[in-house]
Ligand binder design. Structure first.
Ligand code: 5GP
Length: 206
């Protein structure tokens, strides 16, 4: 996939329970943004209040497998027994329209995306402390103690992969974290390798 000059692909990733979803929502509340959210597909059951097509596309394992076979995912991963994936078609369409596409995924999927699209922006969210992460997972109240334990163990392994990302953002406060991501996106647009072509056109008077 070729990155559009205008729109960036921004990958928000990090351990489960770190607050990626809440930060993403706060990011979308920032006025005058040009963001669009890539809704993932999953085989897990909806949590109370979750809406199909808005939080996720909830599908069966057969439907998910069919899309894998058709090469329809930018990336996908199995996470504590369920599949999660980023549908390719929507992302391509939005990026062609010059939108900033925000993808919120776990670590395996982010690393797959890095192989395919290294020019995307990779942001790793970390909790202010290990204790804070465990508290968040417990407070969510949606998972069994066994599932929480699995998520915590997975998080421990994932911290060691943070060095593969372009940026690390601490979720000390949701709005601070969203502001930092907003600043990163703005700065990325000004990066020489992204903006030099526009500058050359300017010099040529185009
Ligand atoms: P949850 O079940 O808590 O909604 O999500 C579990 C994990 O899967 C979270 O870390 C979430 O960011 C991640 N996730 C959500 N959508 C995708 C996706 O499309 N691909 C990948 N690789 N991970 C995803």
């Amino acid at each position: 996939m070729k990155l559009n000059e205008k729109g960036l692909l921004v990958i928000i990733s990090g351990p489960s329970g770190v607050g990626k979803g809440t930060i993403r929502k706060a990011l979308f509340e920032i006025p005058d943004n040009n963001f669009c959210y890539s809704v993932s597909m999953t085989t897990r059951k909806p949590r109370p209040g979750e809406v199909d097509g808005s939080d996720y596309f909830f599908v069966t394992r057969e439907e998910f497998q069919k899309r894998i076979d058709e090469n329809g995912f930018l990336e996908y991963a199995e996470f504590v027994g369920e599949y999660y994936g980023t549908p390719m078609d929507y992302i391509e369409k939005q990026m062609e329209a010059g939108k900033e596409v925000i993808v919120e995924i776990e670590v395996q999927g982010a690393l797959q995306t890095q192989e395919k699209i290294p020019e995307a922006v990779f942001i790793f969210i970390v909790p202010p402390s290990k204790k804070a992460l465990i508290e968040r997972l417990k407070n969510r109240g949606t998972d069994t103690p066994e599932k929480i334990q699995k998520r915590v163990e997975k998080a421990e392994r994932e911290y060691s992969l943070a060095y593969k990302y372009d940026y690390i953002v601490v979720n000390d406060d949701v709005h601070n974290a969203a502001d930092r991501i907003y600043a990163i996106i703005r700065a990325e647009h000004a990066k020489t390798e992204r903006s030099i072509h526009k500058y050359y056109k300017l010099l040529e008077g185009k």
